[in-house]
Design a protein around this ligand. Structure first.
Ligand SMILES: [Zn+2]
Length: 291
């Protein structure tokens, strides 16, 4: 776990390009049906669960891309490469419309449970799929299910990954420690406050949430998400999201996202961009500001 008080942390309030007051990089995890049930093989006996996940790339994604286009907002999509293999055309549209794609495992593996060798194998497999199916080499990584091992940041950096959006303990970009002369891995923290599972996910078998009976009032969710964005903007910080098309890009829930995107667009002083752009800017600043 990286300390939020890392000596490599940048200034108290980050400096943003072109005099912008804060940075917003919307991010979506296009997990589809990958994850626990695919990893343990139980998905074969659970077609209902499979179809719940498949709804993401199949139905929710096109609707979300339409909405992003309406608001002229760029986004980053973290995609397990099993999804890239099975919905290649849908993923091609993401790139065609100017968004970014980034690493998120192959089957959504838990990096915290894998040896460094196994983590590297997942990364190599993912890179091969991104290159062969989409013709791109991603710059970013978000660890599936939110944790990793002590070796992961250096492993990612040496693999050529430029940034991670996996840790929680900051609201500004920072860089992971690296040997002198080596380009560090940028961390672009994301927080569970902006994970749509906290308010909107509802699955059965396996159950989520435990104990069930909780889908929040959509008007409240919209108000909460707008308040989260406004708070970060007021302090001049960096803000990203952990949203899942299969959870929040459903017909009635699109109004939540529409309200959020409208609120962001209301401020001319927000730098709306992709995570890769924020990472590039952060590295540029880190190089300038290091003694
Ligand atoms: Zn995920």
């Amino acid at each position: 776990m990286q300390s939020p008080a890392s000596p490599l942390l940048l200034r108290d309030v980050p400096l943003w390009p072109n005099g912008k007051g804060s940075a917003v990089a919307l991010a979506f995890d296009l997990d589809g049906p990958t994850g626990d049930a695919m990893l343990d093989g139980s998905l074969r006996q659970n077609p209902r669960y499979f179809s719940e996940g498949a709804y993401g790339p199949f139905r929710a994604l096109p609707r979300l891309l339409d909405l992003l286009a309406q608001h002229a907002l760029p986004a980053t999509f973290f995609i397990p490469t099993w999804v890239v293999e099975n919905w290649t055309e849908a993923c091609t549209r993401i790139l065609r419309e100017g968004h970014e794609v980034a690493y998120h495992g192959h089957y959504h593996e838990y990096f915290r449970d894998l040896t460094p060798e196994a983590q590297l194998q997942v990364m190599e497999r993912s890179r091969a799929v991104f290159q062969s199916r989409l013709g791109v080499t991603p710059q970013g990584f978000r660890t599936p299910s939110g944790d990793w091992t002590a070796e992961t940041p250096a492993l990612l950096r040496d693999f050529g990954v430029r940034y991670s959006s996996s840790m929680r303990g900051e609201d500004r970009p920072y860089v992971h420690p690296a040997p002198v002369g080596v380009t560090p891995l940028v961390e672009l923290p994301a927080r569970w406050d902006m994970d749509d599972y906290t308010a909107l996910a509802y699955f059965e078998d396996p159950v989520f949430p435990e104990g069930q009976d909780r889908i929040s009032d959509y008007r409240t969710v919209r108000a909460n998400w707008i308040a989260e964005f406004e708070g970060y903007h007021a302090e001049g910080l960096f803000w990203t999201t952990i949203l899942h098309p299969k959870v929040s890009a459903k017909p009635a829930r699109l109004a939540i996202l529409d309200g959020l995107f409208t609120a962001i667009r209301r401020h001319d002083s927000v730098w709306t961009t992709t995570l890769a752009e924020v990472a590039g800017w952060t590295l540029q600043q880190a190089t300038k500001e290091q003694p």
